[in-house]
Each structure stands twice: as C-alpha cells, then as structure tokens.
Design a protein around this ligand. Structure first.
Ligand code: ADP
Length: 245
C-alpha cells in the first residue's frame, strides 16, 4: 500500500513553477531519499507530500485521503529543516515537547500511565532520556532533532518526514542518527528524507528520488548511481525520467 501517492503534481510560487508534473508513490515501509540541487523544489515537494501545501494541479493522497485535507497529522513525524540550526529559545522541557506527541491520542485530556510510558520509551529509544528535564532551546542541533523524532514515536507515527536532518550535525552523530532511522524503518515506519550528501543517502536509503523541478529518477540507489540521472538533474539538462517501475 502507498502511504503517499503524488500524481502529476505541479506547484508554483507566484508564476514560478518549482515542482512540475511529479508523480511519485511512497510505499509503506520505504526508506526514500529525496535528492536534488539547491532550490530544486525538494522542501516544497516534501511539504506537498505531507499536506502542508496544496498542489496547483495534480493530486496527493496521504494514508488514502487527499493530503491537504488530511486529519492524520499525528501519524506524521516531521522534522523541518531549521530544527538543528535555528537559534531555538523553546522554553519547554524535552519531556514536555515529547509529551505533546500524545495529545492526539489522549482524548480524555488527562495523562495516563500508558502515556507516561510511551513518553519514557520514546525518550529512551532515541537516547535522550538523560535530557528529559532540559529545555529544548538549550540543546545541540542533533539533540533537538532527536526530540522531534521522540515526539513522533510517542505519537506512534507511521511516517517520518525529515528535511536535511543532519545539516549542522557532526559526522559521528550523523551516523548514529542514520542508525536510528534504520532501526525505526526496520520496525515498519516509512521514512522520507531530504539529504544533500548523495554518498550518504545512497548508502542508507532503499530508494532514491532525484528532483530538479521535475522528477529525474525514482528507483534503487544502485541504479541511480549507474544512470546519468544525477548529472542530468544537477546539470539542468533536458529531463529524461528514469522510472524503475
Ligand atoms: P530545495 O529544498 O530543493 O532547496 P525549495 O523547495 O526550498 O528547494 O525551493 C524551491 C524554489 O522555490 C527555490 O528557488 C526557492 O527560493 C523558492 N521558494 C521556496 N519557498 C518559497 C516561498 N515561500 N516563496 C517563494 N519562493 C519560495
């Protein structure tokens, strides 16, 4: 089953198209790396895929419903681009921020033992249990990303969408971060992430989508490396879509 399905999606800022005629299905359990040069529309496409923006034409379904009308926000863990680098002054503690993930599931309005356990488990899972009482605004970029992931785990999210999550994160933490993503993906969470480092993403993702306004490639990393989709997308040559399916 496709978690997200984009069909002929086009989107412009004003009269400037930044995503054009993109069709892309993300199957349940996929680990998709979205690559492309700066300004190629990756963030915009990711926002379209999770319903933060509405296509000018074409359609996106998210968990089987039109994405922009989706009420399944709690099923998505979104780690936006500036989480790591923003000069965050969030006064909430880590535990409070992660607990927010429970709200959509907490219809009685009072936290139960199960909620507390879910929060504790999520904190432990991403390795920030010791930081539970620290303020989010005092954390390093890498730690802050883990808060967002923990919140998604507490919410029992089915889809993680991450926009360049390792920008500003040192190489060792980055590897640890990818290990965590792999573990979560192995457990069935669908992952889609924008990553500027092609070497890193082709090592870790199970499929690659390469964008430069149009979709130049969607398929497995081995084929991506062998085709000239990368050079075409980054060189701005006429697009030839390499679809593997
Ligand atoms: P990428 O993530 O690949 O760098 P983006 O989706 O962020 O690409 O941006 C695609 C293009 O759209 C860029 O040229 C960018 O400057 C422009 N853009 C992004 N966001 C906005 C916005 N809110 N308003 C107008 N233009 C935008």
């Amino acid at each position: 089953m496709a978690v997200v399905e984009a069909t002929d999606v086009t989107f412009s800022y004003g009269d400037r198209p930044v995503v054009e005629d993109v069709s892309l299905a993300i199957e349940e359990g996929a680990f998709l790396g979205l690559v492309g040069p700066n300004g190629s529309g990756k963030t915009t496409l990711l926002e379209l895929l999770i319903g933060l923006r509405r296509p000018d034409s074409g359609s996106v379904t998210l968990f089987g419903h039109p994405a922009h009308e989706s009420r399944d926000g709690h099923r998505i863990g979104f780690v936006p681009q500036d989480v790591a680098t923003a000069n965050g002054r969030m006064p909430t503690t880590v535990r409070e921020a992660v607990r927010m993930g429970r709200y959509p599931r907490n219809l009685v309005g009072r936290f139960t033992g199960a909620d507390r356990r879910a929060v504790d488990d999520a904190l432990a899972r991403v390795g920030i249990a010791a930081l539970a009482d620290r303020r989010v605004g005092r954390l390093s970029g890498g730690q802050r990303q883990r808060v967002f992931i923990a919140r998604a785990l507490a919410a029992e999210a089915d889809l993680l969408a991450l926009d360049e999550p390792t920008v500003g994160v040192d190489a060792e933490s980055r590897e640890g971060f990818y290990d965590l993503l792999h573990e979560l993906n192995d457990e069935g969470i669908t992952v889609v992430l924008i990553e500027h480092d092609i070497g890193v993403v082709t090592t870790h993702a199970s499929e690659i989508a390469c964008l430069n306004r149009e979709l130049f490639f969607h398929g497995d990393p081995e084929t991506f490396v062998e085709t000239d989709a990368l050079a075409e997308a980054y060189g701005g040559a006429q697009s030839i879509v390499h679809h593997q399916h």
